[in-house]
Design a protein around this ligand. Structure first.
Ligand code: GLN
Length: 544
C-alpha cells in the first residue's frame, strides 16, 4: 500500500511550496523509494487550459494530454518521472464529477453534501493515483494557503485520510514563511503559529514544518516553533532562500528531512545518493561565460508564463558550459520603430507558444531579423507559425500571408485549422493535446540532434501548417524535417542555408531535464554560442 505525504502551505503563497514538494520527491527517489505526485488546485476551472497565462503562468502539458498546473513541470524535472492527468486535481473536476453522478442518479434519494460526497470524490482521486502509480510514497500538494475558503474541502479530505488508511501511513508537512522585521532585525514566528493553529482547528497536526525565509534561521527560532507548534525540534526544517531552485533538495537533505520522512512513515529506503544534484548546483553557481538569448513573447511581464522554456534553456546552456543570459523582449516593443535594437546583443532568438493576435507582428519582425542576420532561431508551436508566416511573406512577396487565427480572411492562410477542428466550438481541452509521434527525415539536422528517426513530443495547439503551401515554400528553401507518420502534418521545419533556424509544432520544453537537456534546445544553444554579435570577442584561447 502507498504511504501518503500531504503538503500544505501557510502564511503566504509563492514561497516555493511546489519546489519543496518536488524536492521531497527528489530526496525520496534518491533513496530508491518510488514516488508519485499530485497537485490539488482549489479553483473552480476544470483545468488551467482556459486561463490566461497572466492568471496562472504556464500551462504544463502531460504526455497523455492533460493541461495542468506548472508545478507538475517541476515535479517532472526534479523527480525525472512522467506524470499523467491523475496528477492534477481541481475543485472544478471534483464538483463536475459529483454533480454528474447526482444527475445520473448514483446517489438516488440522498442529499449531496461537501462532507461526505465532495470529500469522498477527492479521496477517490488520491487512491486512484496510488493504485495506478503503485508508488511507495504518494506526495500530495494542496494548492493555496491554509485558511482559503476554496481549500477547505481538500483539507477536510486529507484530514479524513488519517483515519481511512491509518495514522502510520500518512504524514502532514506544513510549509510556512518567516517574515523578517528590519526595525528589530528578527524573524517572526507568529504567522507560522497562527497558520498551524488554523490547521489544528480543522483537525490536522503537522508532523513536519518547513520554514521558508530570506534570512538564516537561528536555533532559537527553531526551538520556538517546535514549542509553540508541537513538533519535535528535528521536524522544524529551515529552508532559507537559495541561489538556484536545484539546491533545494540538497538543503532539505542536509537538514535531515529525507531520513525523517522515511522514519516516520516506515519506508524501506536505501542510503541516499545526491551526488548528481550536488554537481548540478555546483555548476550552476560557477561563473560561466554567458550566452545571450532573446525570448520574444507577449506575456514577458510574468516570467512564470514561460517557466519550462526558461528551464530548458538553462539546462541546455549548462550542458555547453555556459550560463543563460535571458533577454526578455516584449513582442509589442519590437513593433515600434527601432524596436529591433532590443535584439542587438542576442546570439539566439526564441519565440515560444502563445495565443491571440496581440504582439504577433513583433514576433514576425523577430523571425525576419533572425533570418536576415543569420541569428539562430528556435520557434515553439506559435513560434513555428511565426517562422512560416515570415518566410511566406518573403517568398510570396506580400504582407498578407498569415494564420487564420490572426487574420481569418487572409488570401494566404499558411497556418490554418484542420477541417475537423473547424467544427469545434467549445474551448476546454479541445486542442491537439499531449504526445504525438513524429517521423524525422533521416540524415536531417533534427534527426542528428535526436539521434533517432521517430520521436514523441507533447502538443497543445489548434492550428497547423497548411499543406497547400508546402511545395511553394519548399522550393524557396523550407525543409520539412519532421512529419506525422502519415506525412500529413508538418511537425518540424527548418530553413536551408541558415545557420540554425528550426521550429517545431510541439513543445519540447516539457521534456527537458536538468541533467538531460532537450536535443533541440541543446543544439540551439550550441549554434547561439558560435554566434558573435557586434563588439563581442571570441572566447579564448583563439583557435589558429
Ligand atoms: N495559438 C496557436 C494554436 O492554437 C499556437 C498555440 C501554442 O503556441 N501553444 O495553434
Amino acid at each position: 500500500m502507498s504511504k501518503y505525504i500531504f503538503v500544505t502551505g501557510g502564511v503566504v503563497s509563492s514561497v516555493g511550496k511546489g519546489i519543496t514538494v518536488a524536492s521531497i520527491g527528489t530526496i525520496l527517489k534518491s533513496r530508491q523509494v518510488t514516488v508519485s505526485v499530485q497537485k490539488l488546485d482549489p479553483y473552480l476551472n476544470v483545468d488551467p487550459g482556459t486561463m490566461s497565462p497572466y492568471q496562472h503562468g504556464e500551462v504544463f502539458v502531460t504526455q497523455d494530454g492533460a493541461e495542468t498546473d506548472l508545478d507538475l513541470g517541476n515535479y517532472e524535472r526534479f523527480i525525472d518521472i512522467s506524470l499523467s492527468a491523475e496528477s492534477n486535481v481541481t475543485s472544478g473536476q471534483i464538483y463536475s464529477a459529483v454533480i454528474g453522478k447526482e444527475r445520473r442518479g448514483d446517489f438516488l434519494g440522498g442529499t449531496i453534501q461537501v462532507v461526505p460526497h465532495v470529500t469522498g470524490e477527492i479521496k477517490e482521486r488520491f487512491r486512484k493515483l496510488a493504485q495506478k502509480s503503485q508508488a511507495e510514497a504518494v506526495i500530495i500538494e494542496v494548492g493555496g494557503t491554509v485558511g482559503d475558503i476554496e481549500g477547505q474541502p481538500f483539507l477536510e479530505a486529507i484530514r479524513q485520510m488519517r483515519n481511512d488508511v491509518g495514522r502510520d501511513n500518512v504524514l502532514y508537512i506544513h510549509v510556512t514563511f518567516l517574515p523578517y522585521l528590519t526595525s528589530t532585525q528578527e524573524l517572526k514566528t507568529k504567522p507560522t503559529q497562527h497558520s498551524v493553529n488554523e490547521l489544528r482547528r480543522i483537525g490536522i497536526q503537522p508532523d513536519i514544518i518547513v520554514c521558508r525565509s530570506d534570512y538564516p534561521i537561528s536555533e532559537g527560532i527553531r526551538d520556538k516553533i517546535s514549542l509553540f507548534c508541537d513538533v519535535t525540534r528535528a521536524a522544524v526544517i529551515p529552508l532559507p532562500t537559495v541561489d538556484t531552485i536545484y539546491e533545494v533538495p540538497l538543503v532539505l537533505e542536509e537538514e535531515g528531512l529525507g531520513q525523517l520522512v522515511v522514519d516516520k512513515l516506515g519506508l524501506k529506503a536505501r542510503s541516499t545518493d545526491l551526488s548528481q544534484w550536488r554537481e548540478l548546483a555546483r555548476r550552476i553557481k560557477e561563473p560561466l561565460e554567458p550566452v545571450n538569448i532573446a525570448l520574444v513573447g507577449k506575456y514577458v511581464e510574468l516570467q512564470d508564463a514561460y517557466f519550462s522554456v526558461r528551464e530548458a534553456l538553462c539546462h541546455a546552456a549548462l550542458s555547453h558550459d555556459r550560463c543563460l543570459n535571458l533577454i526578455w523582449v516584449h513582442s509589442e516593443d519590437l513593433e515600434k520603430d527601432g524596436g529591433e535594437a532590443l535584439l542587438g546583443t542576442a546570439q539566439g532568438i526564441i519565440v515560444p507558444g502563445g495565443f491571440g493576435v496581440r504582439g504577433i507582428e513583433g514576433m514576425v519582425k523577430a523571425a525576419s531579423y533572425a533570418r536576415h542576420n543569420e541569428i539562430p532561431y528556435l520557434g515553439l508551436c506559435l513560434g513555428m507559425h511565426i517562422m512560416v508566416i515570415e518566410f511566406a511573406r518573403h517568398v510570396l512577396k506580400s504582407s498578407e500571408p498569415n494564420s487564420t487565427e490572426f487574420y481569418a480572411d487572409t488570401p494566404y492562410p499558411v497556418i490554418d485549422l484542420l477541417p475537423e477542428q473547424k467544427k469545434v466550438k467549445s474551448k476546454g481541452a479541445t486542442m491537439r493535446l499531449g504526445d504525438y509521434p513524429c517521423k524525422l527525415t533521416p540524415g536531417s539536422r533534427v534527426a542528428r540532434a535526436y539521434g533517432r528517426d521517430m520521436i514523441y513530443e507533447r502538443h497543445r495547439h489548434r492550428y497547423e501548417f497548411n499543406n497547400e503551401f508546402r511545395t511553394r515554400l519548399e522550393e524557396a528553401g523550407m525543409v520539412y524535417s519532421g512529419l506525422s507518420p502519415d506525412g500529413k502534418l508538418v511537425e518540424i521545419c527548418e530553413l536551408a542555408g541558415h545557420p540554425w533556424m528550426v521550429s517545431c509544432q510541439f513543445h519540447p520544453e516539457f521534456n527537458s531535464r536538468p541533467s538531460r537537456p532537450h536535443p533541440l534546445f541543446r543544439d540551439f544553444i550550441g549554434a547561439a554560442k558560435a554566434t558573435l554579435r557586434e563588439g563581442a570577442q571570441p572566447s579564448l584561447p583563439l583557435s589558429a
